[in-house]
Design a protein around this ligand. Structure first.
Ligand code: FES
Length: 387
């Protein structure tokens, strides 16, 4: 059953965009397609294509994940129906998503869209700018309907050269990648998912971070606040679900101090070498904001750790007495490469740079230790470096 409303026509200042290759969307199927900032639910019913704004007028359900039932596009959340080519509801209802003109041409299917309004700075921009100010410049994640606002701020930051976004195909991979990043660099990366299962998929990787003391910032999209607690699609209490694995798990609200919540999440991950978690409801991500971003300025002391002076004196005395001292340097020295090389040169010892071309450089512990032992045993002094 379809409405009698006419199919939409392109406006004079609209632009045509190709959305499908010929035959790409089979008869009777629905797909989500993004063009710029417009997210579309595209349908093919009885050989006619339709394109509706991909948010159900009822509570924002993703129409592009719906299905064609009795000739109508059915929302996957609560089953409201819409005409796939006009967006009209069947009588007696009168709500309708925006609907766009579609043209099926020989080389594919095109949709006509109005020019995009200028982009405004949002809460998501404040959060992302604060995150990058704290040095979190790598994000592993998956974009979906409940994290689009934050994803757009990530895209802007990537275009400015402030961060690198790595798309993954499962949020578990994002969490493990961020965990490994923290272990290898000592600096937190972020992992990023949508509401519900998209975020709970991150839990296993985050437990790996927790038990190994790797700093990670986890970020979750969330269903719109107005449907929280009403058993809506993908409505999970993510703040509660992450409380065990994360040192802090906080929901960012419309009235929150957004920069401060991100500052606390970054600082805690960094200082405590642990997991922190922010949940950002869908509508909060897009709130226009001119608030200043946060930063580490005045919020964190030096992270250098000095050994006690008596231990240092003991080490100096041991080195002075030793005929063939051997230094095995672990992860704790990874940020002090130049100091290690300088010490080796003062002692006249070969070090990692000297060993280039001998198959030693960059080896991990077993090979490095073996080579160190061999050279010590033959009477050579060695500072061996692990990258
Ligand atoms: S029927 Fe679509 S959000 Fe409720």
């Amino acid at each position: 059953m379809s409405s009698n409303a006419p199919a939409p026509q392109p406006a004079p200042d609209d632009t045509w965009h190709k959305i499908l290759e010929p035959g790409e969307l089979p008869e009777g199927r629905v797909a989500s397609v993004s063009i710029g900032h417009e997210n579309l639910a595209v349908t093919n019913h009885n050989g006619t294509y339709g394109a509706l704004h991909n948010a159900c007028p009822h509570q924002g359900g993703p129409l592009g994940e719906g299905s064609i039932e009795n000739g109508l596009l059915r929302c996957p959340w609560h089953g409201y129906d819409y005409d796939p080519t006009t967006g009209q509801s069947p009588p007696p209802f009168d709500d309708a998503p925006s609907c766009f003109a579609v043209d099926a041409r020989e080389d594919g299917v095109y949709v006509s869209l109005p020019p995009e309004p200028p982009r405004e700075r949002t809460v998501s921009d404040v959060l992302v700018e604060t995150m990058t100010n704290w040095g979190i410049d790598t994000v592993f994640g998956m974009v979906g309907h409940s994290n689009l606002g934050f994803a757009d701020a990530l895209r802007e930051a990537e275009e400015r050269g402030d961060l690198r976004y790595v798309g993954v195909r499962h949020e578990g991979a994002a969490a493990f990648a961020a965990t490994a990043y923290g272990k290898l660099t000592g600096r937190p990366a972020a992992c990023f998912g949508i509401a519900g299962p998209g975020s709970t998929n991150m839990l296993t990787g985050l437990y790996d971070a927790k038990v190994d003391g790797s700093p990670v910032l986890a970020i979750s999209g969330q269903v719109p606040s107005k449907v929280r607690g009403r058993a809506a699609f993908q409505d999970v209490d993510l703040e509660g679900a992450f409380k065990d694995v994360a040192r802090t798990s906080t929901t960012v609200l419309a009235g929150s101090d957004h920069a401060e919540l991100m500052t606390l999440a970054c600082k805690t991950a960094l200082v405590e070498r642990d997991v922190t978690h922010l949940v950002i409801p869908d509508e909060v991500q897009d709130i226009v904001s001119d608030a200043s971003a946060g930063s580490p300025a005045g919020r964190i002391g030096s992270r250098l750790i000095m050994p006690p002076s008596d231990a240092l004196e003991e080490a100096v005395a041991a080195i002075s007495k030793a005929k063939r001292p051997l230094f095995v340097l672990g992860q704790g020295a990874r940020a002090e490469r130049q100091a290690v090389i300088k010490l080796a040169e003062q002692l006249g010892a070969p070090h990692g740079d000297d060993l280039q071309g001998q198959g030693h450089r960059g080896r991990f512990a077993p090979a490095g230790l073996w080579s160190a032992w061999a050279q010590w045993h033959t009477g050579r002094l060695l500072v061996h470096e692990r990258e």
